[in-house]
Design a protein around this ligand. Structure first.
Ligand SMILES: [Zn+2]
Length: 74
């Protein structure tokens, strides 16, 4: 009765194609990714921007560190 309907729903849930974790768009079956192509592109872009910012910051810190070492040595 109700149990059977519940089981059907679970089976249906399993067979439903994966959806993007971010926007909920249906993903292509057998896709290894948790995000749709659009969101993955966005993420890649964001990551590149973050890497660029971190890289610039790292360079600033790296150029400051020798100076700090110099001061603590004195
Ligand atoms: Zn998406």
């Amino acid at each position: 009765m109700g149990n059977k309907i519940g089981q059907d729903v679970i089976v249906e849930d399993k067979s439903v194609a994966k959806v993007c974790k971010k926007c909920g768009d249906p993903l292509r079956s057998k896709s290894k990714h948790k995000y749709c192509e659009n969101c993955r592109r966005q993420r890649a872009k964001t990551r590149r921007e973050i890497l660029g910012t971190v890289g610039a910051f790292g360079l600033t810190v790296a150029s400051l560190v020798p100076g700090i070492k110099h001061f603590t040595k004195k």
